[in-house]
Design a binder for this molecule. Structure first.
Ligand SMILES: [Zn+2]
Length: 427
């Protein structure tokens, strides 16, 4: 009896509850929360006692706490402490109670995660990869000046073994690979990741000349790819594809000339047959896709933030990257590949901006919600703890005033947010 009394209980009554299997709301459900876990869902009869907080949620809509699926949160440790805390809080206030973080120094992210879970300040629970891994020379080497070991070189099997061991020990939940690799080292890295139970997501790198292109990556066992532009070199029309492949070892100027040519063609350079073949491969192997469309759109309008010296040149580049990413993602969505909602940053508003863009190009509201709840939980292998409102899962729940299936912008109508059973926002 004494043990029972010490438990914190919250009963949310009569709420419309999002069913991630069916993609619809189940009406008039109760949710009983005990400490940090969901205890019961359905019609709950519970003795009313002093320890029970009851909340009537009639006409409200309950979603599992959302994931931001492509975050870079280590950068928040480089700004003023107040700004960091305010930003992290803004995520949970919007119902984003988890982040899949896909590059940053592993110890920095571990500390941030620990501070949040110890209650030092509010913020989403961070599931991180640690550093972005690539063969030398590192594309994003300059980031290491501000965040040491933001990106780490993997040039040998021994490097691969060491880094996987290190990030695993430091609590990483996934591995992020970027750009170029020796293919044998890459295979070894994947085997080590599997050994440590870490799923791998891959960003093939700049627009063209991928050393691990998407089709090859899928054959090697990769089950998630980042950025809408990533399929591009794989799905070029025949003559461009053979020219591209013949230039793999060419000098930088020749490659740059090819890039300019294909950029000027834009979506005209894409073979719909090849795109369909790649999408079929993605579907066959249950590959997830995180398009991060919003940052391309943002940079198209703010190129000076990417490059102060040549904003006009970069405006054109981002314009093409957005158009091509938009086109490729639209086809991928049409064929029902599982989409993850990710923003490629740490801005509390961008996750919803990404949702609105995904809606604009044809992803249904229910698939958008799944792409921020059950899909990331499944991909990370933590669907037994998160991703749906079900008994024994973490009580991280977003309650909305308006139905998000009637317009994804309704996801901004937060009424109540719980994270691990604690009320972190109340209207
Ligand atoms: Zn990124």
């Amino acid at each position: 009896m004494a043990e029972k009394d010490s438990k914190r209980r919250i009963l949310l009554r009569n709420v419309n509850l999002f069913d991630v299997e069916k993609g619809i709301f189940r009406n008039n459900q109760d949710i009983l929360i005990e400490d940090d876990l969901i205890k019961e869902v359905g019609k709950v009869s519970h003795a009313v006692d002093e320890s029970l907080i009851q909340m009537d949620c009639s006409q409200k809509y309950a979603l599992p706490g959302l994931f931001e699926c492509h975050g870079h949160f280590a950068w928040l440790t480089t700004v003023e402490d107040e700004v960091k805390k305010k930003t992290l809080k803004e995520f949970v206030v919007r119902g984003i109670t988890q982040v899949r973080d896909v590059a940053g120094p592993v110890q920095t992210l571990k500390r941030l995660k620990d501070d949040i879970s110890n209650g030092e300040f509010l913020g989403p629970d961070i599931f991180y990869s640690g550093p972005m891994l690539e063969k030398s020379p590192l594309t994003w080497e300059e980031c290491n000046k501000i965040l040491p070991r933001d990106t780490v070189a993997v040039n040998s099997n021994q490097d691969a073994k060491n880094i996987i061991q290190e990030i695993s020990k430091e609590g990483a939940s996934l591995v992020k690979t970027f750009g170029k690799f020796d293919i044998d080292v890459f295979k070894y890295l994947l085997a080590e990741a599997t050994e440590h139970n870490l799923p791998v997501t891959h960003d093939p790198g700049p627009a063209f000349f991928h050393s691990v292109p998407m089709d090859r990556g899928i054959d090697l066992g990769i089950r998630c790819f980042e950025h809408g532009k990533s399929p591009w070199p794989v799905v070029l029309v025949d003559d461009l594809k053979s020219e591209h492949d013949s230039l793999m070892e060419a000098d930088p100027e020749t490659k740059e000339a090819f890039r300019r040519k294909v950029f000027s063609l834009g979506v005209e350079s894409i073979s719909s047959t090849k795109l369909r073949q790649l999408i079929d491969k993605m579907l066959d192997q249950d590959v997830y896709f995180c398009p991060t469309l919003y940052p391309f759109k943002y940079l198209e309008n703010h190129p000076e933030e990417y490059n102060k010296d040549e904003p006009d040149k970069f405006k054109k580049i981002f314009e093409v990257l957005y158009t091509v990413s938009h086109f490729l993602t639209k086809e991928i969505i049409k064929q029902r590949v599982k989409i993850l909602v990710g923003q490629d940053g740490n801005n509390p508003e961008w996750t919803v901006n990404e949702m609105e863009l995904l809606k604009e190009i044809g992803l249904s509201e229910s698939e958008i919600i799944k792409g921020a709840t059950i899909y990331p939980a499944q991909w990370l292998g933590i669907a037994d703890q998160l991703g749906s409102i079900s008994p024994n899962k973490k009580a991280s729940i977003l309650i909305l005033n308006k139905n998000p299936l009637e317009g994804i912008q309704n996801i901004k109508t937060a009424h109540l947010v719980l994270q691990n059973g604690k009320i972190v926002f109340q209207e």
